[in-house]
Design a protein around this ligand. Structure first.
Ligand code: ZN
Length: 292
């Protein structure tokens, strides 16, 4: 295990204990979260050594949003994923009609394949070898492993997207710097993240499924994420809610909490989380559109 000695965002060395939880998805190991006293970032601490992190993804059921076991949940996941792909396309299309996109953590490449059919030039980065080969062979999309990020030409992308990916990346600052180099001037960086300041996060506490320790190394709120983005010289263009995530994350959280009436409870919490967020804008997951 690796103890974090300084805050990855503001470099302060003063932390408080935030929460004790466990890896409900896979290993069942306990983990604790620390909060930086200066900038408020919450992070998994201690966390597995970088070389050991891959073993926490060793499940045949680990999709990028962990629809484990349970066939109804997997069905919901697949249904929402198809709807989400069209929604993601429309969202980006509203900022840039057509161009060159890099999806980091592209998985099996479904999103990129949709963009490709709409005339975009697409590339992907994906650490999981099986997913990478699937995207390459089935969709004929150029997808490289993570070190391949450094071989891409500078200032070559109109858009770089990370859909629920940045919270998994060990070297946060290095990644933010590398992505900035790859963006064209005025290019857009799209980052989707769970929101620790959402109502469902507060309600579920240690059972909140989007903590997903130790795979999630950072647990951002809009404030702590924007602190990071601004330090790297990005400008915030827009913040967009992902309202369906409130229901999906609540459903997984209810399963971890093991109480009765899972679906009903998840629906009620998801609904209240979204309704609450109409006032305070703290949706369960948020998309940040940043400009270089
Ligand atoms: Zn800090």
């Amino acid at each position: 295990m690796k103890k974090i000695k300084e805050c990855p965002v503001c470099h302060s060395v003063k932390f408080t204990n935030y929460l004790s939880t466990q890896d409900y998805f896979l290993s069942k190991e306990p983990f604790t979260l620390s909060q930086c006293e200066h900038c408020g970032l919450v992070f998994t601490n201690p966390r597995p050594e970088d070389v050991d992190l891959a073993s926490y993804y060793n499940s045949p059921n680990y999709l990028s949003h962990h629809a484990a076991g349970f066939s109804v949940l997997r069905w919901i996941y697949q249904f929402l994923r198809k709807r989400n792909i069209r929604w993601k396309y429309r969202l980006l299309h509203s900022f840039i009609p057509k161009g060159k996109i890099l999806d980091v953590g592209c998985g099996t490449g479904e999103v990129l394949n949709f963009f490709k059919h709409k005339g975009w030039e697409v590339r992907g980065i994906e650490p999981n070898e099986k997913a990478r080969l699937f995207a390459t062979e089935v969709y004929d999309i150029p997808v490289a492993d993570e070190p391949g990020l450094l071989n891409l030409p500078a200032e070559s992308f109109d858009v770089i997207s990370l859909w629920h990916v940045l919270e998994h990346v060990p070297d946060l600052n290095r990644r933010m710097t590398d992505l900035k180099k790859l963006l064209k001037p005025n290019g857009l960086l799209l980052i989707a993240l769970p929101n620790l300041a959402s109502m469902d996060a507060k309600y579920y506490g240690k059972y909140w499924a989007a903590l997903d320790v130790p795979r999630h190394l950072y647990h951002f709120s809009p404030d702590s994420f924007l602190e990071l983005a601004i330090r790297h010289g990005y400008k915030l263009m827009n913040k967009i809610p992902m309202k369906l995530d409130a229901y999906y994350i609540s459903l997984l959280s209810e399963r971890y909490r093991r109480r009765c009436c899972t679906y009903l409870r998840a629906f009620i919490v998801g609904y209240h989380s979204n309704r609450n967020a109409r006032r305070d804008l703290q949706y369960s997951s948020m998309i940040y559109i940043l400009k270089k």
